[in-house]
Design a binder for this molecule. Structure first.
Ligand code: AKG
Ligand code: FE2
Length: 524
């Protein structure tokens, strides 16, 4: 699939270019064919009308007698040949060839791109109409969506069983359709999807109203007729039951009405979705007393060279410590890393915590590749810099991972270390767990794409050339649950990062371990 990384999408523009050319050539050939046929018919008509003025006189002329026969034999066979010429055969052959030889998105891509849009809509609370106008948080980026585009987004959501977004997008399609002079989609189709998605969310009376509206337009619509009876029956049944049921007294925050859940956001649960999304929107931060203790400083230890060119370090959180290093990767290094990684990009995988197998998942959408130090001086320099930044040994560190996130690309909250109960691949490496993470930001991101730490309510915003650094483990070797973090969906722009995962072995003297165990509720 191509939608998972923005760089791969660039190839699609080449594909589109070729398709436009093909279409244009085809159209030109069709037009020429029509042009020839028109010329023949003009000629036929002219001669025919002349003959009709005085048929006998016309035919008494041997030339005319001859041309009449010719028109109906030789000329006519040329007309037939022309009519039979398949100008589209060439075009079709071309298209088949391109489909095999160029990068073409498939249904999976269309679905992935639609799901990504829905994720953005939810995370960033984008209102459907603004999105349809091509606006993201008040910034206009693109052309508008027409009714058919909105309808397709609704249809994709419907196929995914996501009736909430089906309703939003079908309603948008309906409102857009009203102002379209050349209607791009059938109103009846919209109503049908709308009615069913509303029914699926538990609003039977409303679904019935919409179905009746559809039947006013298409009285013989057989599915609608069937649905009307069904909805009427359901309503009768429901009337006999208790109409309202309130949940929420049992400790959950969801209120239920006729089987439909209304969600009341909870920004206090560090493992909940609401806090994560609020952090992505930049609406939540750590308490002001916590922020007041944060400092910026120059780091000069770890390497003699740092006395001359120290690292600029900014504390983003203390205990657990999260550091930002400014200007630690050069543009030229970034270019090298991107250039080497891109041809090797694979859809990023995650480890199944039960089986230990690597697999793709909806909760991590990006493309990634791994680079070895021997491949390029710049890759080796970056590893050395990580050693200088952290004071840790790179002996057992993983290769440099390079990542690009596409439309709505993200990585849901996770730990970088392997938890106690996890079957993990690190065991076989014999290098211990991932003691620390260094994450380089290799691009600015226009909107979205923060790295967020819900437990400590901290968001790091990507800035090209900076890097984040934190320890995943306590000195005891226990995983620090407070380091749980996520990559928020990219709303606009392209996000490139690379990371170096540093392992335990080799750090015994650099970060001595302690026997003292942290409290049980902070470890995993
Ligand atoms: O891209 C980011 O901001 C974070 C990525 C991350 O957490 C990871 O790759 O483990
Ligand atoms: Fe991570």
């Amino acid at each position: 699939e191509v939608f998972t990384a923005l760089v791969d999408m660039e190839d699609l523009l080449d594909t589109e270019h070729v398709l436009i050319d093909t279409m244009q050539n085809y159209l030109r050939a069709e037009e020429q064919k029509i042009e020839y046929l028109k010329r023949y018919i003009d000629h036929y008509k002219e001669q025919h009308n002349k003959a009709l003025e005085d048929p006998q006189l016309y035919l008494s002329n041997p030339i005319n007698a001859y041309t009449l026969v010719k028109r109906l034999t030789a000329d006519w066979s040329q007309v037939e040949t022309l009519i039979n010429t398949n100008v589209n055969a060439d075009a079709l052959a071309n298209i088949t060839y391109f489909k095999e030889n160029m990068k073409f998105p498939g249904d999976e891509d269309l679905n992935g791109a639609a799901v990504a849009l829905m994720r953005l809509q939810d995370t960033y609370r984008l209102d459907t109409s603004s999105l349809a106008r091509g606006e993201l948080n008040g910034v206009k980026y693109s052309a508008e969506l027409n009714a058919a585009d909105c309808f397709e987004l609704g249809r994709q959501s419907y196929n995914n069983g996501d009736y909430y977004h089906t309703q939003l997008w079908m309603e948008e399609a309906e409102s857009r359709l009203k102002s379209e002079r050349n209607r791009t989609v059938d109103y009846g189709d919209i109503l049908e999807y709308l009615a069913f998605s509303i029914y699926k969310q538990g609003h039977i009376a409303q679904a019935l109203d919409l179905t009746n509206k559809l039947l006013e337009i298409v009285p013989s619509h057989s599915r609608a007729l069937g649905n009307r009876l069904y909805y009427e029956d359901q309503l009768k049944e429901l009337k006999q039951k208790e109409p309202l049921k309130r949940k929420g007294d049992d400790g959950t925050d969801d209120i239920e009405t006729n089987g439909v859940k209304f969600h009341k956001p909870n920004y206090e649960d560090p493992y909940g979705r609401d806090l994560y999304e609020a952090l992505c929107r930049g609406e939540v931060s750590s308490p002001i007393e916590v922020q007041a203790k944060l400092k910026c400083y120059y780091l000069t230890k770890n390497h003699p060279f740092l006395k001359i060119a120290p690292f600029k370090v900014e504390e983003a959180h203390l205990d657990p410590d999260l550091f930002i290093y400014h200007n630690v990767i050069a543009d030229s290094e970034i270019e090298t890393v991107k250039r080497l990684a891109q041809p090797r990009f694979q859809r990023a995988t995650v480890q199944n915590s039960e089986t230990g197998a690597l697999e793709t998942a909806q909760y991590r959408i990006s493309k990634s590749a791994w680079l070895k130090e021997i491949e390029h001086k710049h890759v080796a320099d970056i590893a050395q810099r990580v050693a200088d930044m952290t004071g840790l040994s790179m002996e057992t560190a993983e290769e440099l991972q390079v990542v690009n996130y596409g439309i709505g690309g993200h990585y849901d909250p996770h730990f970088d270390f392997a938890r106690r109960e996890e079957k993990n691949a690190f065991k076989n490496l014999g290098t211990g767990n991932r003691i620390a993470t260094v994450l380089f930001y290799m691009s600015d991101v226009a909107q979205g794409g923060a790295t967020v730490f819900p437990v400590v309510k901290t968001a790091l915003w990507p800035k090209k050339g900076t890097a984040a650094f934190w320890y995943n483990l306590f000195p005891s070797g226990d995983g620090d649950k407070r380091t749980r973090h996520a990559a928020c969906p990219v709303l606009a722009g392209s996000k490139w990062v690379s990371n170096k995962w540093i392992h335990e072995r080799g750090q015994e003297f650099l970060r001595p371990c302690t026997k003292e165990r942290p409290p049980e509720d902070l470890t995993a």
